[in-house]
Write a protein that binds this ligand. Structure first.
Ligand code: SAH
Ligand code: SF4
Length: 364
């Protein structure tokens, strides 16, 4: 059987297994077009040709953790730390509301102090008060206790993003310090906690990590399906020179990490038809048109950065982060142009909730 026929046969199967996904992930440029086309068809059929916007506010780069890959890890003395005021966050939320972005994402380094967790509860209330509860609110603030997740949910956060980074326990441990704060089971339990509390639950992985194999990536896709996840954001791993992973040898070239991310996005759309998939900002760090390419391969969410430009450059998880000094207004018109290039309509003023979430909740 030719490779093209083999790919076509697999793409018409109902339930792809890890080895089959692994085979598909290894397809070269021409064959991959079949996967991309299939993903685009499924996107249109199940979630429509819409892109939903989530204004991204990077609340603070102060972090209590030390993930080996991340530029704002606690032990990077060169990271200039900042913490946005509530007023700044609220004015960013007002901006998102005025621009008719359907929702807001608040992301930050991970802190678990009472001062931090209580502040977030207050902030959620302030954001909702300022925007008539018309913005969907997503948090991405790391691992927290059940008590904290519950308090934030009750205050009005509906969605949460917590990437598993890799569903492979050994790979996960190899990119984190070996202590209780950076433990695979701890992260997995936090993700389960979010799902049990009925958050729209999002996760994701980095693609092209040192030593990562295509089979492990295929298993990540199976993990998303088995976990019954509502949203996924996954992007290429990008080196940050002030981290312990800066000198790792043998990484896939950036173009390959990028191409692999497109294939992961497309296959995820094929196996989980009605979830929300974000076109990760890290894709744009490699290719200026990276996020539009992801939208064409099945992604349906984009997160324009609305952090004040002065702070944006300090929220540097990785290098070559795009749009460092643009005003939020400029980002808005650029985003619109990019999305129409990808052939999508923007879901203005719509929260763009995960369709999968409602089906999952109904089934319970
Ligand atoms: N502190 C929170 C949220 C901020 S980090 C948390 O860790 O969950 C958000 C995501 O940035 C992480 O989940 C990780 O997947 C991604 N990230 C960090 N460093 C990166 C790098 N060097 N390249 C690509 N993605 C990175
Ligand atoms: Fe902190 Fe998140 Fe970076 Fe880890 S990935 S060091 S938790 S900001």
């Amino acid at each position: 059987m030719s490779q093209i026929t083999q790919i076509k046969t697999l793409l018409s199967k109902k339930n792809l297994e890890a080895e089959e996904l692994d085979f598909l992930l290894q397809s070269k440029a021409n064959e991959a077009q079949l996967i991309f086309r299939k993903a685009a068809e499924i996107k249109q059929k199940y979630v429509g040709n819409y892109t939903y916007l989530r204004g991204l506010v990077e609340l603070s780069n102060i972090c209590g953790k030390n993930c080996y890959y991340c530029g704002i890890r606690k032990d990077n003395p060169q990271a200039e730390r900042y913490n946005l005021t509530d007023e700044t966050v609220v004015s960013a939320a007002r901006f998102a509301h005025k621009m008719r972005y359907g929702s807001l994402v608040i992301q930050s380094g991970e802190l678990t102090t009472k001062a931090f967790t209580r502040r977030i509860t207050t902030l959620i209330n302030k954001v909702h008060d300022a925007t008539n509860k018309e913005l969907g609110l997503t948090l991405s603030l790391g691992e927290q206790t059940e008590h904290v997740y519950r308090a934030w949910k009750e205050a009005g956060a509906e969605r949460y993003l917590l990437r598993i980074e890799s569903s492979n326990r050994d790979l996960y441990q190899s990119i984190h310090p070996n202590d209780e704060w950076h433990n695979f089971d701890r992260r997995l339990s936090a993700l389960k906690r979010l799902q049990t509390l009925e958050y729209q639950t999002g996760t994701g992985v980095m693609i092209g990590l040192p030593g990562q194999t295509t089979l492990q990536l295929a298993e990540d896709l199976i993990f998303f399906r088995e976990f019954d996840i509502d949203m996924v954001g996954m992007g290429p791993y990008i080196i940050h020179s002030q981290t312990p992973m800066a000198d790792v040898q043998g990484l896939w070239p950036e173009r390959d990490r990028f191409f692999m991310t497109l294939k992961m996005t497309a296959l995820l759309r094929i196996i989980m038809k009605d979830i929300n998939i974000a076109a990760a900002t890290a894709m744009q760090a490699i290719d200026p048109a990276g996020r539009e390419k992801a939208l064409k391969c099945g992604a349906n969410v984009l997160m324009p950065n609305i952090t004040p430009p002065a702070n944006r450059s300090n929220y540097k998880l990785y290098e070559n982060k795009p749009c460092m000094d643009e005003m939020a207004e400029d980002c808005a018109s650029c985003t619109e142009a990019r999305i129409s290039l990808a052939g999508d309509t923007i879901g203005y003023g719509q929260k763009g909730n995960s369709k999968h979430f409602y089906k999952r909740i109904d089934k319970q």
